[in-house]
Design a protein around this ligand. Structure first.
Ligand SMILES: Cc1ncc(COP(=O)(O)O)c(C=O)c1O
Length: 442
């Protein structure tokens, strides 16, 4: 068969399985082929329309194929598409100047290294921290996800995402603030947030005591939207600083207002030394960004290049996305609509025992499914069944958690009430079906 001569969807799916690796479909028994998208909707190859409440894995921040963003991107493509970082280009500088004042500590992170993905943003942060401190050891958290390169996999704290047994030399994993399944079997708040305080012992036992950095997602996305207690990062930050490390906030999922604050870490009152981000910044355009305090960034000396990093087209897209977020007050919308959606999810949790916990912030929400609320045994099969049922009901949601039992929900930040109502009805229909099917086999 020649490329371009496909006669139907099935042929494309077969060719995908033959030529694309790894040919794995994490979410569905049968592959789902998408052909177009607009705003909050995506259409499959059979013409079915879906309400997208996962946004291409927390990436569609201002709606699919956003007209305002794409207009500016099209103009830029016809003006200057690529010259490489060997030259100065205006969109890159404009983007840096837009973001710098918004960084924590009144714009303390004023230097930027642009790349193409969250993985690369984290790689850049690791190297920068090592160059600045002269140390190599980096502490991450259990249940974290930081990307797919060798170093980013090593930083990742979910075994199934460390394919090939990525060597973890230079990285250790401290316990996280997972109150629903406390790693110390304690109860918040009487626990006095021991999970965070354990960082002292961790650094003294699992590292040489001289660390380059600590990296964490303010809310652990792939790990199942694990949302630490409010004191967690402030305590950890104090300890990390005592041991000479930099604090890196991985905001690949939590940045740009999605949690109701501009940065996820703003919810915890901590000012990091570096922030990494990607995903929602480009609304689908491949862009990664590493932000650092100037004295930290200036330690990064010597030859380095990211051919596409800071490309005029992707930086134009990102600037347009951030302008759109500001002009349409989407951070406020994320807080308000997030609270509304959260209310709907809490209502479902009151009706369906399958839901062990609802958590998250703003429009970054999740439901952890359990076999029963007493044992909290992860309901992995039910989560898979929920994805299938959601597909049938024409809504897109995601999955996460170390046991694959957490449903992840992250619609575009410009979502409105009527779409949330429609989504909640369809999600309830999905829970009804899955619950009935489970009863039938008991
Ligand atoms: C928190 C976090 N960091 C890093 C990454 C890696 O980003 P990318 O897939 O763009 O390389 C991801 C991707 O899901 C992520 O969620």
């Amino acid at each position: 068969m020649n490329a371009g001569a496909f006669v139907n969807k099935q042929e494309i799916i077969l060719a995908h399985q033959k030529h694309i690796f790894p040919s794995v479909f994490h979410y569905f028994k049968e592959p789902l082929m998408m052909t177009k998208a607009k705003d909050q909707y995506v259409w499959d190859a059979d013409g079915n329309q879906y309400l997208d409440f996962f946004g291409g894995i927390v990436t569609i921040s201002v709606g699919h194929c956003n007209d305002d963003v794409n207009k500016k991107v099209k103009e830029q493509i016809d003006t200057l598409e690529h010259v490489s970082t060997a030259y100065v280009t205006e969109p890159q500088v404009k983007l840096a100047m837009k973001v710098a004042p918004k960084t924590p500590g009144n714009g303390a992170l004023s230097k930027f290294y642009f790349t193409n993905s969250g993985t690369e943003a984290n790689e850049t942060a690791f190297l920068t921290a090592r160059l600045y401190t002269g140390s190599t050891e980096i502490v991450a958290l259990r249940h974290s996800y930081h990307g797919r390169s060798a170093a980013a996999m090593a930083a990742t704290g979910v075994g199934t995402w460390r394919l090939g047994g990525a060597p973890t030399a230079g990285f250790t994993h401290a316990i996280n603030g997972y109150c629903y399944r406390c790693p110390l079997n304690l109860k918040y708040p009487s626990c006095n947030v021991q999970c965070a305080r354990d960082m002292v012992d961790h650094i003294r036992t699992a590292t040489s005591g001289k660390i380059a950095a600590f990296i964490a997602e303010p809310i652990q996305g792939v790990g199942g939207l694990i949302t630490p207690p409010k004191e967690f990062f402030e305590i950890v930050h104090g300890i990390v600083k005592k041991f000479g490390g930099l604090f890196i906030s991985d905001e690949v999922q939590t940045g740009w207002g999605r949690t109701g604050k501009y940065w996820g870490i703003d919810n915890y009152g901590v000012e990091p030394d570096m922030i990494t981000s990607a995903k929602g910044l480009g609304n689908g355009m491949p862009i990664g960004i590493t932000m650092a305090r100037p004295e930290v960034a200036d330690a990064y000396k010597g030859l380095t290049i990211s051919t596409f990093g800071g490309n005029p087209v992707t930086t134009t897209a990102a600037l347009a996305v951030l302008d759109y977020i500001d002009e349409h007050k989407l951070m406020i919308n994320a807080a308000e609509m997030g609270a509304y959606l959260r209310g709907k999810l809490d209502e479902l949790a009151n009706k369906y025992d399958l839901i062990g916990e609802v958590r998250g912030m703003g429009l970054l929400l999740a439901m952890e499914l359990v076999e029963d609320r007493e044992s909290k045994v992860p309901a992995t099969a039910a989560a898979n069944a929920m994805l299938e049922a959601a597909r049938e009901n024409r809504i897109l949601i995601g999955k996460g958690g170390i046991s694959g039992n957490v449903l992840r929900i992250s619609p575009p930040m410009n979502i409105g009430k009527s779409d949330i109502d429609a989504f909640a009805d369809r999600l309830e229909a999905s829970f009804k079906k899955v619950t009935a099917d489970r009863m039938a086999v008991k």
